[in-house]
Design a protein. Structure first.
Length: 461
């Protein structure tokens, strides 16, 4: 088995001007290998490598390159090369690229397409953003129920080269209405004279062109399909969506949720492709909101200033108290948002979630409460007996019960807030972990000093 040249060897061939030799070498690479090779090179070398690729291989590579590399190529390749690649690209991948380009540039690129490809592209771009219509490709195999298996196989040989996938064939009537889908293995294992109608069970899963892309992800996951048909409201088959496009959307959605969970707006481009100013704009707003939220903590502490002056020892445990509640809330909100995104439960299941978090919060709060109280007991008895004063037992009780209440509150808040946002039609990921932690910080102080007032009244307070 021949070993491919390393990146350094490829770079050396470029510097030496051995382009004919390099062109022959590159033909032996798989598209995925070429993508990794190109993205590891500098911009000048990227263009040279890409220009040496045959059209079909160049198109396959272009479809899987990062967006910023694609934009670089579009800005530096000849108009003819761009036109050839765009015409060769699958309609769904071409549409996904055009969505991220400026409108004026998109108009220019569309003019370079052939008439059939231009028509398909304009049709796909006409669907609402984030709809299934933007993902679908019109390259599929449609057959009739009165055909024989032999006729189907002959049809595939003639037209199958243009199809996005051949794993499933779609049966339509004379009006183009979808009436069934049949896996290719059924035709391969059936006698040539058997009719399509004899293989049909008229049970199939479909997507609507106007359906949200996130809903399509759930349909794919529940039905374990590599491709699904897309129909309009009348049931006419318009195209198909394949699993590779769904995986791309899933990655985008997960990336957006993770970025929001970190306490910032989702980035429109990859991290390194986002300008410093763009990064600042995405992060500054949430940081200001979180800062204003934390200012409420100062207000809460001011409200209990007299208590702090009479029992300064209570101030020692404020960082411990608020961090425990914030951590519990962050855990809960992360778990709930992920579970909702995977469809493990719906908003209607809020009562079950509330009950589970109530039990979990009590248990977790009890564990932390015991640990916090034991820390005070051990310190007061064995390390520095006079450190917490004569009422160290009451201080231990105060910290223990405060941790119980704050962790319970943090778990309930972190779990219920994403569900409430979902009910209001908002993105649950907006209830980021820092946001929940800030909320619990403020309320945690109120719980802490309320417990202290009850336990320490008549002694320190």
């Amino acid at each position: 088995m021949n070993q491919h040249p390393t990146t350094d060897q490829i770079t050396s061939l470029i510097q030496e001007g051995e382009f004919f030799k390099l062109k022959e070498i590159l033909k032996g690479f798989e598209p995925s290998e070429l993508v990794a090779l190109i993205e590891a090179e500098e911009e000048r070398e990227q263009l040279i490598i890409f220009r040496l690729l045959p059209l079909r291989l160049a198109t396959q590579v272009f479809e899987y390159l990062e967006l910023d590399v694609q934009k670089h190529f579009l800005a530096n390749l000849t108009q003819e090369k761009i036109s050839d690649i765009l015409n060769e690209m699958s309609p769904d991948d071409r549409t996904a690229l055009l969505e991220f380009l400026p409108d004026d540039f998109v108009k220019e690129l569309i003019q370079t397409l052939s008439e059939p490809e231009r028509k398909v592209t304009l049709q796909l771009l006409g669907y609402p953003e984030y709809s299934v219509g933007r993902l679908m490709t019109p390259d599929y195999i449609a057959i009739r129920e009165n055909w024989t298996v032999q006729q189907v196989l002959d049809y595939i040989r003639r037209h199958g080269g243009q199809s996005e996938t051949l794993s499933v064939l779609y049966v339509t009537d004379m009006r183009g209405v979808l009436i069934d889908d049949i896996r290719i293995r059924e035709f391969l294992l059936s006698p040539p004279e058997r009719r399509v109608s004899e293989l049909m069970d008229r049970r199939y899963v479909k997507l609507n062109a106007m359906q949200d892309q996130e809903a399509a992800i759930d349909v794919f996951r529940k039905n374990d399909r590599v491709a699904l048909p897309v129909v309009n409201d009348e049931g006419v088959l318009f195209g198909i969506v394949t699993i590779d496009d769904i995986l791309d959307i899933r990655e985008e959605e997960d990336t957006e949720d993770i970025q929001k969970l970190g306490g910032s707006e989702a980035l429109d481009e990859p991290y390194l492709a986002t300008s410093i100013w763009g990064m600042i704009k995405k992060r500054a707003g949430w940081l200001v909101i979180l800062l204003l939220g934390e200012m409420l903590t100062t207000s809460a502490m001011h409200h209990f200033e007299d208590d702090l002056q009479r029992a300064a020892v209570l101030g020692l445990f404020i960082p411990l108290i608020i961090s425990a509640g914030g951590n519990a809330g962050s855990q809960a909100t992360s778990l709930i948002i992920r579970a909702m995104s995977l469809g493990e439960f719906t908003v209607g299941g809020w009562a079950l979630v509330l009950r589970r978090e109530l039990l979990s919060g009590l248990a977790l709060g009890g564990i932390l409460g015991v640990v916090g109280a034991m820390r005070i007991v051990l310190w007061a008895k064995y390390i520095d007996p006079g450190y917490f004063g004569p009422y160290w037992q009451l201080i231990a009780v105060t910290v223990g019960f405060s941790l119980l209440g704050i962790v319970l509150w943090g778990a309930l808040s972190g779990a219920m807030l994403p569900i409430l946002l979902k009910r209001l039609g908002l993105d649950p990921a907006t209830s980021s972990a820092p946001f929940v932690a800030t909320l619990v910080d403020v309320t945690g102080l109120i719980i802490y000093f309320s417990v202290a007032t009850l336990v320490l009244r008549g002694t320190l307070l």
